[in-house]
Design a protein around this ligand. Structure first.
Ligand code: PEP
Ligand code: MN
Length: 282
């Protein structure tokens, strides 16, 4: 894939995450999927793993509609301690069962350095959430892990700060890092966050790492997920992360931004012309 000509200043102190270190785009190979290659990779599933029925149903629905990776949180970073915190290891086991059932690899969040070893035994991709982007002990710990890491952008982080965090992971020897733009805080209140579409071409100019867009957390609103996913793909995103729940109105977390099975099927068809228009494939 051709990389964009760069007229953006490259941060001088960042060594491994920048294009001058790797002239070719990093392609992460997983189960026949190529993240950062010609494919636009779709990661879909519920915000949180809630029960066996819920996660298996979600996994089957997203697989049938054409997603390549199953997402789902077992360790949940919630704003309040009273909210559902996730099923922990039980949730990881259910994700593994869903993987056995569908063949879909799993991306799931790890929140604490002491839990990396546990999460790594179940996950195919380790997710670092927005709230932990600058948890440096956690970054070092996943940097020593054997699995690819998806690093979500801190909700108040600049692109260079975000790249500095990718550098922490790369510097520990883990070269499989995926950058995920999930929206940043701005003065706008209609959306939960503001999806910074410019992060996609900027990262592709500065860095060799794959870039994913998460329009679910980026907008907080179901009806905006499709439009922002299409904008992200048009801007060159290597994939999309999208929340899907068998019954969004009953979701224990993030129901308002989760697509129903029907909506996800529509979504998958709706993004196809944009994927073809940018000479990519599903
Ligand atoms: C998530 O993807 O489950 C999540 C909690 O997202 P974020 O860290 O972007 O809020
Ligand atoms: Mn969520």
């Amino acid at each position: 894939m051709v990389m964009l000509a760069c007229d953006i200043p490259i941060p001088k102190k960042i060594k491994l995450a920048v294009r001058s270190y790797e002239s070719q785009k990093t392609i992460i190979k997983l189960n026949g999927i190529e993240i950062g290659g010609d494919q636009v990779v779709i990661m879909a599933g519920p915000c949180s793993v809630e029960s066996r029925e819920q996660v298996l149903e979600a996994a089957i629905v997203v697989k049938e509609a054409g997603a390549q990776i199953l997402r789902g949180g077992a360790f949940k970073p919630r704003t309040l301690p009273y909210s559902f915190q996730g099923l922990g290891e039980e949730g990881l086991k259910l994700l593994a069962e869903a993987r056995d059932e569908t063949g879909l690899p799993i991306v799931t969040e790890v929140m604490d350095p002491s839990e990396v070893e546990l999460v790594e035994t179940y996950a195919d991709i380790l997710q670092i959430g927005t709230r932990n982007m600058q948890n440096f002990p956690l970054l070092k710990s996943v940097g020593r892990a054997d699995k690819p890491v998806m690093l979500k952008r801190g909700m108040s982080a600049t692109i260079n700060e975000w790249l500095g965090c990718a550098e922490y992971i790369l510097a520990e020897g883990n070269h499989d890092v995926i950058m995920c733009e999930r929206g940043i805080r701005t003065f706008e209140q209609i959306t939960r966050n503001t999806v910074d579409i410019s992060a996609v071409p900027i990262l592709h100019m500065i860095s060799h790492l794959p870039v994913i867009i998460d329009p679910s957390h980026g907008t907080g609103t179901r009806s905006l997920v499709g439009p922002l996913a299409k904008a992200g793909i048009a801007a060159g995103a290597d994939g999309i992360m999208v929340e899907v729940h068998p019954h969004p109105d009953e979701a224990l977390c993030d129901g308002a931004q989760s697509l129903s099975p029907e909506e996800f099927k529509f979504f998958m068809n709706d993004i196809k012309p944009i994927i073809s228009a940018v000479n990519r494939r599903l």
